[in-house]
Design a protein around this ligand. Structure first.
Ligand code: FAD
Length: 481
């Protein structure tokens, strides 16, 4: 007879494994199915290994500017890319092992293989279509194998994979996806990055720090197109100062491949076509949900543009089937996946006062150099929504800590509703802003007023003081500028 659970989760990324932990805490008998790697894309090929690579890049950048800090390091620093990649893979391996530990600790059964929903309440787990990818720590002991399993609730948390443009499909050799970009055997001399969203620009930043000649090609008028234009203009200037070439309103229409290089045909806004030759190209034109081969059509689960359609609690149109994380649509971010997982499971468990996920308050962070972070509406979006707004800004050039750090190129920008004082959006570029943005996220979540923010004491000297000054600026009360 099929083993029965309260909840079965398909996919062990940050959405799936966090949902499993919470389900178990709530007393639900829980299993998680994984076909490839515990921890999903985030721990193995996404958030974590990129941040490890970017940390090496950051240290190298600092070392190369040691003189600016009065330090003497002889000669130009350089990277041993094999060691940089090995460190990154090691960081992933450690966390991947940590997920195995968490499943065991929380008595969550891990079922190894590829899951397909055969009917509401039933899945069949077959042999994985994917090879088990390194880093794969010893598979946890509480593991089950192929077979049929039943559950009152099935949560789809199968994540996403790279999107490809027709005619410019990644081949793993000359045109890379994030998988190949994450562990190059050697550094290319030159690189084209197609797409300047968070994934593209982070890799562009990493490879530039490693000394690679990088050209970013973005079809939209600005890099990091979802971010506020003022912030991305500063980021662009800094990236260009570091030697990165950036083409915006530019489209790669064709790629010609040679034995060990490629030439991209780039059409710019004025209709002109230029050819750029490079050793490698990274295709970073977005991701698409893993909705195939899950039996969704057979059980009638609705999808839209490659993602499962859900309500604010992860419910699909079919009773007993839920979806969370990347497969349930944008923003495709790990913290959004985790949050949706917790909300979904708490609703299943019947907890009172479970709030639907509010996507307007999901922060976004990009860990390039300089970093970019934001939450809520950009100035353009706030205006588009017809809001009467007040905008405040504070430059890092007037912040003591930023100057002491030698990182005075940055901006904090806030947007308030003029009538109500509601904080509609906050946008930052510069040192450590990915750590700072959370202050505004908490403020927005608690519906903090502008008055309360202005009366909050920020520690000195910190870059966080730019946040308070930006708020003061919005109300004509800025102190240090
Ligand atoms: C290079 C890169 C950098 C990123 N950086 C960040 C960042 O800094 N911050 C951030 O918030 N987000 C970042 N992301 C995005 C983040 O990785 C995703 O949003 C996150 O992993 C989504 O989590 P998930 O649980 O929905 O899915 P995933 O992490 O994709 O996990 C899904 C899991 O489901 C498994 N699976 C799929 N189908 C089946 C099946 N049929 N049976 C069994 N198992 C199955 C897969 O093997 C996988 O392990 C980055 C992504 C990339 C690619």
């Amino acid at each position: 007879m099929a083993e029965n659970y309260d909840v079965i989760i398909i996919g062990s990324g940050p959405g799936g494994y966090v949902a499993a932990v919470r389900a178990s805490q709530l007393g639900l008998k829980t299993a998680i199915v994984e076909r490839e790697h515990l921890g999903g894309i985030c721990l193995n090929w996404g958030c974590i290994p990129t941040k490890a690579l970017l940390r090496s890049a950051e240290i190298l950048d600092h070392a190369n500017h040691a003189k600016d800090y009065g330090l003497v390091l002889e000669g130009k620093m350089s990277a041993d890319v094999k060691a940089v990649v090995a460190r990154s893979r090691g960081v992933s391996a450690r966390l991947n092992g940590g997920v195995g530990f968490l499943m065991k600790k929380n008595k969550v059964d891990v079922i190894w293989g590829e899951a397909k929903i055969t009917k509401p309440g039933e899945i069949v787990v077959g042999k994985s279509s994917k090879p088990v990818v390194e880093p794969q720590n010893p598979v946890p002991k509480n593991i089950k194998g192929e077979g049929t399993y039943t559950a009152k609730h099935i949560i789809i948390a199968t994540g996403a994979r790279p999107r490809a443009l027709p005619g410019i499909e990644p081949d793993g050799k000359l045109i890379w996806t994030y998988f190949e970009a994450m562990k190059p055997a050697a550094l290319p001399k030159s690189l084209i990055v197609m797409g300047s969203g968070a994934i593209g620009i982070e890799f562009a930043s990493f490879y530039r720090s490693m000394g690679v000649d990088v050209t970013v090609v973005e079809v939209m008028p600005t890099i990091m197109p979802v971010e506020d234009v003022e912030v991305t203009a500063i980021a662009r200037k800094q990236l260009e100062k570091r030697g990165m070439k950036i083409l915006t309103s530019a489209k790669i229409t064709k790629v010609e491949k040679a034995a060990d290089s490629l030439t991209a045909h780039v059409e710019t806004a004025d209709g002109k076509v230029q050819q750029i030759t490079a050793d490698r190209m990274i295709s970073a034109v977005g991701v698409q949900g893993n909705i195939e081969n899950l039996g969704l059509e057979a059980v009638g689960v609705k999808t839209d543009r490659g993602c499962v359609v859900i309500d604010g609690y992860g419910k699909t149109n079919v009773s007993g089937i839920y979806a969370i994380g990347d497969v349930a649509g944008p923003p495709m971010l790990a913290h959004k996946a985790e949050h949706e997982g917790v909300v979904c499971v708490e609703k299943i468990a019947g907890l009172p006062n479970v709030h639907a996920t509010d996507k307007s308050k999901v922060p976004g962070c990009t860990y390039c150099n300089p970093q970019v972070a934001s939450v809520g509406l950009t100035e353009a979006k706030a205006k588009e929504a017809g809001r009467d707004i007040r905008v405040g800004r504070f430059s890092f050039a007037a912040n003591g800590k930023a100057i002491a750090l030698g990182e005075d190129q940055g901006l904090c920008k806030v947007i308030f509703d003029k009538k109500t004082g509601e904080l509609l959006g906050a946008h930052m570029v510069g040192a450590e802003v990915t750590e700072l943005i959370q202050g505004f996220v908490v403020a927005m979540n608690l519906e903090t007023t502008e008055e309360e923010l202005m009366h909050t004491i920020f520690p000195h000297p910190t870059v966080s003081e730019t946040m308070k000054e930006a708020v003061l600026d919005a109300y004509g009360r800025v102190l240090n500028a």
